[in-house]
Write a protein that binds this ligand. Structure first.
Ligand SMILES: Nc1ncnc2c1ncn2[C@@H]1O[C@H](COP(=O)(O)OP(=O)(O)OP(=O)(O)O)[C@@H](O)[C@H]1O
Length: 597
């Protein structure tokens, strides 16, 4: 419940005083409705069905006083017109308030959406290492809608509560004893119904974990659809999906059953209550017929509201786990918050003047685990040199690069650029000055030009073509239907792995980076294209610091130094020729194996 209040405070912060307009409006509507009862009673009095002067209904004779001297038809018509005007006014006000409520609710979703998205974008890399992407998507879609629904239900509950309060007040005024009898019954029923609220919450928690599983499953299926189809694994996935859908169906049906059960109890109890109520009114209190009719009129409207409040309370409880889920996410992204987006546009890019240095660096992905991804790494990469990092899979090569970009921080030791330790601010400047081509390069589903602008917003067409030439992909893009304006990605031109690597390489070069990092960036290329790119990189030597990670060792022949990692430790370091002669070293052994292949 505390988490609900967090969101109500956010709602207050978002909507301000506007939030209270519907509540005030609802009070006015319920008052109008109360007056409507009097007018109805007055009309019944005018046509003789009711003895208005009996005093059974307070103020009724006073209301009728001005109409006393008019002919009955006129008095009746005037009352009817007043009733109609109030009825229409009430409907208009209700429409206005509903629209206002909807607007606040939709605006609030947008506000939350933007807040969550921006905070996630500002979170550091460790946040993404710990989170499942599908859970983030689930929070941004399903859970966010449930929170919105919960807030909407809560606002409705407040309105309904106010409305009911006014009606209770009117009823109390008419008959204290009878109203208290109904209220005591209502409270007793409310207490009995607590178990429905508790069960609703349990179904809500189950719904959260089921939608998480659904999102994770869908992401896995569609990401791995090629593997599924190639290995004939469709049936397993169809079975898994059917099972999950069965559970989701069961969850929804159980919640629906619970709500219907609670409505059923309310209906049954209300039948009993009205009977007891009528019996005691007539037999024990000898209530006048006029008053009884009037009170029944009010309670026939009031009692369904108790049922409705109960129903909404259950819906709110069902959506509470979604509030918890978003609050948990908020805690995590607040803890992982960095200000790089603000800073990125303000900071100057860097140039490496002397060197990049790792000094006794240790790093673990999970501090609770013993295994280090990197341990006791000390090395130097001179400015404008080319360093090759090699090692078996899992040796720690990408982790070494992630430390330099500042995506992760050393647990012990330091990474320094020109003798300055990589602070949060410096690592943002580094990221603004790096051209990074990862193992599995990513292109936005957009035109080639827009993909390039994302990295270099001021680049000209000429510079783009030059970068493409560098990456051996000028011809490829010239042959595309719209050249630089060609849409690439899922629903555009599909690129092969090697073509994608070349375009991403062009994008990295376009930034004119101070540090170029190629993490297996040419692994999918054929030997012709790889040779062209090797030559291009060769031409860049001396103008930027280049770090290359590659499994194909022949491509590292031109490196100024080779660093060999094994199980997170630096085991060899030196020139390509120097290391290739040390046959007892890992580099020499790997080279031998590749020669045989
Ligand atoms: N997100 C992560 N969470 C936990 N452990 C990780 C994570 N990423 C990498 N590791 C572990 O850290 C170690 C080093 O991984 P890293 O990706 O740096 O190796 P690599 O040399 O780049 O491997 P490859 O050549 O296969 O890409 C490995 O043991 C790996 O299992």
């Amino acid at each position: 419940m505390a988490n609900l209040w967090v969101y109500i405070r956010k709602l207050h912060h978002y909507a301000g005083l506007k939030l209270y307009v519907p509540q005030v409006g609802m009070m006015i509507i319920s008052m109008i409705e109360g007056i409507g009862y009097f007018l109805l009673a007055a009309m019944l009095g005018l046509i003789g069905l009711f003895d208005a002067s009996s005093g059974a209904i307070p103020f009724l004779s006073t209301i009728l006083e001005p109409l006393k001297n008019l002919p009955v038809e006129h008095a009746f018509s005037i009352t009817l017109v007043i009733f109609l005007v109030m009825w229409t006014g009430q409907a208009l006000l209700q429409r206005y308030l509903s629209v206002m409520n909807e607007k606040i609710s939709h605006g609030f979703v947008k506000y939350l959406r933007l807040e969550i998205h921006e905070s996630i974008m500002r979170a550091n890399w460790s946040f993404f290492l710990k989170k499942r992407r599908s859970d983030l998507i689930n929070n941004m879609t399903n859970e966010l809608h449930r929170v919105n629904y919960g807030v909407y239900v809560f606002l409705g509950l407040i309105l309904m509560g106010l409305f009911t309060l006014v009606q209770i007040f009117i009823a109390l005024w008419l008959s204290v004893e009878l109203t208290l009898t109904v209220l005591v019954c209502g409270i007793a029923l409310g207490l009995y119904s607590r178990k429905f609220v508790k069960n609703s919450r349990a179904y809500g928690e189950q719904a959260t974990s089921l939608t998480q599983a659904y999102m994770a499953g869908m992401t896995n299926h569609f990401n791995g659809i090629k593997e599924i189809k190639s290995n004939l694994m469709e049936q397993q996935h169809v079975n898994w999906f059917r099972e999950l859908c069965d559970k989701m169906e069961w969850n929804s049906i159980q919640f629906m059953r619970l709500q219907n059960r609670s409505t059923f109890y309310h209906k049954i109890v209300s039948g009993f209550l009205i009977s007891i109520f009528m019996y005691t009114s007539v037999v024990f209190y000898q209530v006048q017929a006029e008053k009884l009719v009037f009170i029944i009129m009010i309670f026939s409207r009031l009692w369904p509201r108790f049922a409705s409040i109960q129903n909404r309370w259950e819906q709110l409880s069902q959506s509470l786990p979604a509030f918890n889920s978003l609050i948990e996410l908020e805690k995590d992204y607040k803890a992982a918050r960095v200000t790089e987006i603000q800073l990125a546009s303000q900071t100057e890019n860097i140039r490496v003047e002397q060197d990049i240095e790792y000094r006794n660096v240790y790093y673990r992905y999970d501090p609770n685990q013993k295994a280090y991804a990197l341990q006791d790494i000390s090395l130097r990469m001179p400015a404008n040199s080319m360093t090759a990092i090699i090692g078996k899979s899992g040796a720690g090569k990408s982790t070494l690069v992630d430390l330099l970009i500042g995506l992760i921080e050393p647990e012990k030791g330091q990474v320094l650029i020109d003798g300055k330790e990589l602070s949060a601010e410096l690592s943002i400047r580094v990221r603004g000055s790096v051209g990074y081509v990862p193992q599995d390069p990513f292109l936005f589903h957009s035109t080639i030009k827009k993909n390039f602008y994302a990295a270099a917003p001021d680049a000209t067409d000429e510079e783009m073509w030059e970068a493409l030439r560098f990456a051996a992909s000028e011809e490829l893009v010239r042959q595309m239907p719209d050249g630089l304006e060609t849409v690439i990605g899922e629903r555009g031109v599909r690129l092969s792995g090697g073509e994608r690597q070349r375009i991403v390489l062009a994008r990295a070069i376009l930034r004119k980076p101070a540090i170029l990092i190629l993490d297996e960036a040419t692994s999918a290329l054929d030997s012709d294209n790889e040779a062209i790119i090797q030559e291009s990189i060769e031409r860049l030597r001396g103008s930027m610091t280049i770090i290359v990670i590659a499994h194909r060792l022949s491509t590292l022949r031109h490196a100024d130094q080779v660093i060999v990692l094994d199980k997170g430790r630096l085991i060899q370091q030196g020139g390509y020729n120097q290391l290739s002669k040390q046959m007892d070293g890992l580099f020499g052994q790997l080279l031998e194996i590749q020669k045989v292949q």
